[in-house]
Design a protein around this ligand. Sequence first.
Ligand SMILES: Nc1nc2c(ncn2[C@@H]2O[C@H](COP(=O)(O)OP(=O)(O)OP(=O)(O)O)[C@@H](O)[C@H]2O)c(=O)[nH]1
Ligand SMILES: [Mg+2]
Length: 387
Amino acid sequence: MKKMYETGERPKRAFLVIFRENSAGLDALSGSAEAESLDRELTGLVETLGLETAGREVVSPRNKQPKFGIGTGKAGELAEKALAAEADCLVLDWNPSPSQQRNWENLAGIPVIDRQELIIRIFSLRAKTKEAELQVKLAELTYSLPRLSHKYIDLSRQRGGSYGTRGAGETRLETDRRLVERRIRQLEKGLEVVRKQRRVQRRQRERQGIPLCAIVGYTNAGKSSLFNALTGAGVFVEDKLFATLDATTRRFEPAPEFPVLLTDTVGFIRRLPHSLIDAFRSTLEEAALADLLIHILDASDSGIGGLHETTLSVLRELGAEGIPVITVLNKIDRLEPAATAGLPARFPGGIPVSVKSGAGLEDLKKRIVSELLSGAGVSKSDILKQP
Ligand SMILES: Nc1nc2c(ncn2[C@@H]2O[C@H](COP(=O)(O)OP(=O)(O)OP(=O)(O)O)[C@@H](O)[C@H]2O)c(=O)[nH]1
Ligand SMILES: [Mg+2]
């Protein structure tokens, strides 16, 4: 088997199992706009890792049994289907306990990647700076600690796979608990140094007295694109999930002599793994320190309601719920005019924009100024006296 991957004959294949948790029941959700959005997202996550989809199945939460989180008979059926489809791994789009994951692996005989691992691995692939690398490594090790016997699928030989080049995951199976724990402590120390540097930077910013706006939102909403459009910066933009893993801040002027500091942030996702929230807390908390949040949504996504809710709940978790928010409804170039016209009724006060065409960006700049002058408690004289 191994030889086949090494010769690059075919990419590794994943069998996807989707768990629909909805009080209205599976039938009500399947085929709905929300379900389509969730399916697209899972496919996007799997593709980002360079995995091919060997098959997929949606399971109902009606028959929850502790061994697999679903019915035992159903689990056996799924394992057989995955093997028949020649899948190299199973992807469970939920977060089973470590023992449930082990039960699935024993049943199927192939690695089982859950939603947490899927997202952590994408973060690992995306990490470019020292800080992001330290944070991802910490999340990986925290995840692996209760799962030391977890089967590990090495994706480093995948197309475009920079995953293995930093040796990510090299210790997953070989290392014993003590080594992992020691490494976690080292990483936490390293991160404390980085956090101190961030605190110094923040104090310097505060001393300048310039208001701080943070662009927040679901992954792939267009945060970095908006950041670039407003500041002229050349931050990395890509039609892939989690293109940005660092907070970048630039100064811009939404009106003449009205300087504002704008921060591009890490995107959110439904059921963001806790180990990642903890590891990335200092980066994510940039949003909680802002005077004003610009919450950008992909208005062309059929699951926009879920995207909106997810971002608001992560913001609450970060303690940012009291900060004034401007809602930006992006990608209207993909919508029919009638659909665009209906957006403000769903998201009162939302500003329809297309970062791509530039439509609505002037309205957004005006709103940033007016919000900062009123809601965020900044007086115009405070701003104008800045250098
Ligand atoms: N059609 C259209 N595409 C857009 C628009 N704004 C951004 N995009 C595209 O959406 C994709 C994601 O954009 P990014 O700016 O990287 O999104 P992000 O929110 O920073 O994403 P992460 O950093 O991955 O969380 C890219 O392919 C952009 O070109 C828009 O107004 N219209
Ligand atoms: Mg980005």
